[in-house]
Design a protein around this ligand. Structure first.
Ligand code: URA
Length: 410
C-alpha cells in the first residue's frame, strides 16, 4: 500500500477500507509513515469526516497498536466511565472506588488536564506519594486484590493514539469527531470492559458547546463501543456551571473526599450516582449507602495505599496543600445567582496555575476556587461568595476579577 494514495483518497472524500486504515496506523506507529503524512491525513479526516465503518476500523487499528488488559476467566464484570471533561469534574475520584464496592473491577485509565478542564491524574497526584504510572502487571495485581486501579496511559497502551494526539494538538485537528471517538474509545477498549458509561458534557465549560454536538459525539461513541462488544451507555450533562463547589486539583480532591464521606455538594453526589447506576448491578439506594456508611471511602483508602499514597492525608486533606494566599470573594450585590460561568471559572483557575496549556507543563495543586455558589442560590451583598486560593495577592486579585466577570446575580 502507498501512504500518499491513502491520504489522497481521504482528501477527496472517498471511504477508506479497513485494510488501508490498518496499514496507515500501523506504519505510523512503526515510524514508517512520518509525522507530516499523518498530519495531512488527520487534516483530511478533519474536513472529510469518516463513515461509522471507517471510525470503527480506526478505533480498532489504534487499539491494536498496543496491548490490552487480559482478565482471568474468574474475573467479575469489568466496568468504567469516561467523561469528555468539564470544569470541577472530580467524579472519577468517587466513582472508581464506589463501583468496586459491589465486586466489579474498575481499571480506570485517565488523562492529564489540558485546556480549561482538569485531569484526574493531576488531581490524584495532589495526594502525597500517589503513583499514577502503574504498569499493566501492577494494575492487574492491584485490581485482583482491591478491585480498582487509577492510572495513566502506559507507553504500551494505544501508542498510535499517544503519537497521533500529540500531532493533533499542534495541527488544529483535535476537534474532529472520528478522531476523538477513536482516541477515547481505543483507550477504553484496551481495558477489555464489559460495561462502559460515557458522560458527555456540553456547554460553556465543555469541549462541545451545544447539546446537538454532544449527542453526535455520544452516539458515535455508543455505536462504536457497542459494535465492539462493550455495553456502552451515554449520559449527557450540561456544563454551564462547574461541578460541585471547588475547582483546582487539591481543592477538588477535598470535595471528592467529602462525597466519599457521604457529604459534599448535591450535584456531585447525584452525578456520581447517576453514572454509577448505568454500569453497576447495585440499586441507587445501595450505592448511596456505600457513600454514607464509609464503604466507598474505605475502598478509596485502599486504592491510595496500593498506589503508594499517604492514606493519612485523606483525613486532613485541607492541610496538605495550602496556597500562600486565600482570599474571600464578597458578593457584589444581593439577589439570586443566575450564572457561574464554567469556562470563566476554569480559565481563572488556569490563570492561577491549576491547569496547563502544554502537556509537559507542571500544575500547582494548591490553587483554585472553593465554596463556589450554585445557580439558584441567594447571596447577600458583601458576604462571602467564594474563596480564591492563589500564589500571590496579585494573582488572587486578577483571578477574583476574572471570576466576577463570569458571575450574574439578579
Ligand atoms: N480525549 C482524548 O483522549 N482524546 C481526544 O481526542 C479528545 C479527548
Amino acid at each position: 500500500m502507498h501512504a500518499p494514495s491513502i491520504i489522497e483518497r481521504k482528501r477527496d472524500g472517498k471511504e477508506l477500507d479497513e485494510s488501508e486504515i490498518r496499514f496507515f496506523v500501523r506504519a505510523f506507529t512503526l515510524g514508517d509513515v512520518p509525522d507530516y503524512q499523518m498530519s495531512a491525513f488527520a487534516m483530511a479526516v478533519y474536513f472529510r469526516g469518516m463513515s461509522p465503518g471507517e471510525t470503527v476500523a480506526l478505533t480498532l487499528a489504534m487499539l491494536d497498536s498496543g496491548v490490552r488488559f487480559t482478565w482471568p476467566e474468574s474475573a467479575p464484570r469489568v466496568v468504567d466511565k469516561h467523561s469528555t471533561g468539564g470544569v470541577g469534574d472530580k467524579v472519577s475520584l468517587v466513582l472508581a472506588p464506589l463501583l468496586a464496592c459491589d465486586g466489579s473491577w474498575v481499571p480506570m485509565i485517565s488523562g492529564r488536564g489540558l485546556g480549561i478542564t482538569g485531569g484526574t491524574l493531576d488531581k490524584l497526584e495532589s495526594i502525597p506519594g500517589f503513583r499514577v504510572g502503574l504498569s499493566m502487571e501492577e494494575a492487574l495485581a492491584q485490581i485482583e486484590r482491591i478491585g480498582v486501579a487509577m492510572m495513566g496511559q502506559t507507553s504500551s497502551i494505544c501508542p498510535a493514539d499517544r503519537k497521533l494526539y500529540a500531532l493533533r494538538d499542534v495541527t488544529a485537528t483535535v476537534p474532529s469527531r472520528p478522531l476523538i471517538v477513536a482516541s477515547i474509545l481505543s483507550k477504553k477498549l484496551a481495558e477489555s470492559l464489559d460495561d462502559l458509561v460515557l458522560d458527555v458534557k456540553y456547554g460553556s465549560g465543555a469541549f462541545m458547546k451545544t447539546r446537538e454536538e454532544a449527542v453526535l459525539l455520544g452516539e458515535a461513541m455508543r455505536e462504536v463501543g457497542n459494535s465492539m462488544g462493550v455495553v456502552t451507555r451515554v449520559l449527557y450533562h450540561a456544563m454551564d456551571e462547574p461541578t460541585g463547589r471547588a475547582v483546582g486539583n487539591a481543592l477538588e480532591v477535598a470535595e471528592a473526599i467529602a462525597c466519599l464521606q457521604g457529604g459534599g455538594p448535591e450535584d456531585l453526589r447525584n452525578l456520581v450516582l447517576d453514572l454509577a447506576l448505568e454500569v453497576s448491578r447495585s440499586e441507587r439506594k445501595q450505592l448511596a449507602e456505600y457513600l454514607d456508611d464509609g464503604t466507598a471511602l474505605l475502598r478509596f483508602r485502599e486504592l491510595v495505599e496500593a498506589q503508594g499514597g499517604d492514606a493519612t492525608a485523606i483525613d486532613r486533606f485541607d492541610e496538605v496543600h495550602v496556597a500562600p494566599v486565600i482570599r474571600e470573594i464578597p458578593a457584589p450585590m444581593s439577589g439570586v445567582v443566575t450564572r457561574v460561568d464554567a469556562e470563566t471559572v476554569g480559565r481563572a483557575a488556569n490563570g492561577l496555575g491549576a491547569g496547563r496549556s502544554r502537556a509537559e507543563d507542571p500544575v500547582d495543586h494548591a490553587v483554585g476556587f472553593d465554596c463556589l455558589p450554585k445557580v439558584g442560590e441567594e447571596v447577600v451583598a458583601g458576604e462571602t461568595l467564594a474563596r480564591v486560593h492563589a500564589r500571590s495577592t496579585k494573582e488572587a486579585s486578577e483571578a477574583m476579577e476574572r471570576f466576577l466577570a463570569g458571575l450574574s446575580v439578579e
